[in-house]
Write a protein that binds this ligand. Structure first.
Ligand code: BF8
Ligand code: SF4
Length: 635
């Protein structure tokens, strides 16, 4: 029965446990919601003012306008871009949090943190036009943080966000300015979306969508800040071998899952667990503390420190169902409110840490950069306490896990390539794209959704494209899915890569002393780390002397569901990428909006959305796009 929900074997093993204990999971609640509202699914329900809700009849028989006169196109476009605003707010709040912490490090006020990658800090400074010669690391840290925070505070609308303008090709930046979709201030772009979609403002669907594109570029800006400043603070990911899936939970250890998105607390929890491991042993757990990751906080600590990933978004309730999870520590975003109730069915302590994300059933330990170490210690103590209440009879850890080689930051990719050509690391990659060994590149990103069979599309698409010699990158829950299913291994390369791709990955792997190929899919990190893929793409485009939309480069989010994914998908399109969605976006109620997103926007940005729910068909379509782009470059 569980095969209907997920191809993840660990999930399949645990769902019967949930059923037996009468614990509702995300899939039970999905069923309870059927049939879901057709108006909502098509985006034609408006709740923007209290005269509503208003709904437009999609068959043209009933009402065609809301009470204020908004038609389906206005309503769909407004709903969509409000989602983009929420996504941009989430990612950029994350970036702000990191930048503010960095500023305190620069002032000498945040003792839990230091700059772990000084070279990266200098590279960031250089990019932002900050002279670093003769400055102390502390001074430079503060200057970089201040310059980044300006992207949240600048009031001169003629000056673009620096983190946007300086990280894309010049042609792309010029194009976005020309269409007036280059933000000058991340927060202003979010506020502008909320104000222009208030009752009785922007009613032109195309103009509304352009506002959404601007919000999406603001999202990109905040994500870039999150990734790059986190690298300076916590280290830039380098390849590391770890494991993924629920089998990483250990029966003889005190297991703590870190879940959410922001690495500020999880980094300190990892450090504290290593330092205080004796606490766990004294409490009777010979395995000590075992930190495992969920969702993007999981990805952050996985790519930087090799912390194993327990699971991705849709199966986030499962670690608790193993009966062996002492604590789940959450920060922000993509944390199901159901965790509170499920944790109460077990000994698990659900611990919230951010004032903006509290959950009934959780214990709140407020985390601030000033008290990070103290909070981490309290969390460990709560986990030790919970361990005393663990019921051995309820322990049920599915012995399912896969090896995963992860940590492919842009720097790591360039570093690996430099073993082939130290002076011009990108050249071997370009040569292999030109000679067809690598046909193109696909970035897998985005979520899990109950609208699909969990993880299936990621796995099928990846295998399908790899067989056609497409180089695969992954972030977020897509990366989680591909790691759980063993596609981040050398064995997967040997089993699934086409001959050309296999030869290239093997040459790079051998040159780096791996005694075999690179893994089939390169894990670049969390969702904010999609910008890592952009930085590689921009470097390739600059070397070829073309803009991003000319590259044989596509993105795919086969299970997109969150507002953040809407924002990411939109900026991918704004940057010129054909972007696949395997779930149907809530826009079909407007032909105008649907056409703009899937066709017309191509004339402006070169990018567009491809909606295809069947993974086999999607692989064909993406490969066809790659061929079209190759032909455009005369390849
Ligand atoms: O930021 S992929 S379900 S966890 S939104 Fe959320 Fe989607 Fe996962 Fe990471 Ni991204
Ligand atoms: Fe209805 Fe217009 Fe109000 Fe929306 S803004 S709820 S369409 S009256």
């Amino acid at each position: 029965m569980s095969l209907r929900f997920s191809i993840d074997e660990a999930v399949q093993k645990l769902l019967p446990v949930a059923e037996k204990d009468k614990i509702q999971t995300v899939w039970d609640r999905h069923k309870d919601q059927q049939p879901q509202c057709g108006f909502g699914k098509m985006g034609i329900c408006c709740r923007i003012c209290w005269k509503g809700p208003c709904r437009v009849d999609p068959f043209g028989k009933g009402a065609q306008r809301g009470i204020c006169g908004a038609d389906a196109h206005t309503i769909v476009a407004r709903n969509l871009i409000r989602g983009i605003a929420a996504g941009a707010a989430s990612h950029s709040d994350h970036g702000r949090h990191i930048a503010l912490t960095m500023r305190e490090v620069g002032k000498g006020n945040a003792s839990a943190y230091t700059i772990k990658d000084e070279e990266k800090l200098k590279r960031i400074a250089q990019r932002l036009g900050i002279d670093w010669e003769g400055k102390s690391i502390r001074e430079l840290t503060k200057e970089v943080a201040d310059a980044s925070l300006e992207d949240y505070s600048r009031q001169d609308s003629k000056i673009p966000c620096r983190w946007a303008e300086l990280t894309m090709t010049q042609e792309r930046a010029a194009k976005l300015k020309q269409w007036d979709v280059m933000p000058h201030n991340i927060d202003a772009a979010v506020a502008e979306i909320m104000s222009r979609t208030h009752v009785g403002c922007d009613a032109d669907p195309v103009n509304i969508l352009l506002g959404g594109v601007k919000g999406a570029v603001a999202d990109y800006t905040g994500m870039y800040i999150s990734t790059e400043l986190s690298d300076a603070l916590f280290g830039t990911p380098a390849p590391t071998v770890t494991e993924a899936n629920l089998g990483v939970i250990k029966e003889d250890a005190i297991n703590i899952a870190v879940h959410g998105h922001n690495p500020l607390l999880s980094e300190v929890v990892c450090d504290a667990a290593a330092m205080l491991n004796d606490l766990a042993k004294q409490a009777g757990a010979p395995g000590g503390f075992n930190i495992v990751g969920v969702c993007c906080t999981g990805n952050e600590v996985m790519v930087r420190h090799g912390v194993p990933l327990a699971t991705n978004y849709l199966s986030q309730e499962m670690p608790i169902l193993t009966g062996a999870l002492e604590a789940m520590v959450v920060d922000v975003q993509c944390i199901m409110p159901s965790l509170g109730a499920i944790a109460q069915c077990f000994h698990t302590q659900l611990i919230t840490t951010m004032s903006t994300t509290k959950i009934p059933g959780a214990t709140h330990i407020q985390f601030d950069k000033e008290n990070a170490v103290e909070s981490a210690r309290k969390i460990l103590e709560l986990a030790v306490d919970a361990y005393q209440r663990r019921d051995p009879k309820r322990v049920n850890i599915p012995q399912v896990k896969e090896k995963a080689i992860v940590g492919f930051s842009a720097e790591a990719v360039i570093g690996a390539l430099s073993q082939l050509d130290a002076h011009d690391p990108l050249q071997p990659l370009l040569d292999n794209i030109v000679n067809g060994n690598i046909q193109g590149i696909c970035l897998f990103a985005g979520c899990n959704s109950t609208n699909t069979l969990q993880d299936r599309s990621f796995v099928e698409l990846a295998k399908g494209l790899a067989a056609h010699n497409v180089l695969l990158l992954a972030t977020g829950c897509g990366a989680g899915a591909l790691a759980k299913h063993g596609l981040m291994t050398q064995e997967a390369t040997l089993a699934y890569a086409g001959d050309g791709l296999k030869a290239v990955l093997t040459a790079i792997g051998q040159a780096n002393g791996l005694n075999g190929p690179l893994p089939l899919v390169l894990h670049m990190g969390s969702c904010v780390d999609n910008t890592r893929a952009v930085s590689v793409a921009v470097a390739i485009a600059q070397k070829l002397g073309v803009d991003l939309d000319r590259l044989p480069l596509v993105a795919s989010a086969p299970e997109a569901m969150s507002e953040k994914a809407v924002a990411i998908g939109t900026w991918a399109v704004a940057l010129g990428l054909p972007t696949h969605l395997g779930t149907v976006p809530q826009v079909l109620g407007s032909q105008v909006v649907t056409e703009v997103l899937t066709e017309k926007i191509k004339d402006i940005t070169g990018g567009y959305f491809i909606v295809e729910t069947d993974p086999e068909e999607a692989a064909k379509k993406l490969f066809a796009v790659i061929q079209e782009k190759r032909a455009g470059l005369n390849l």
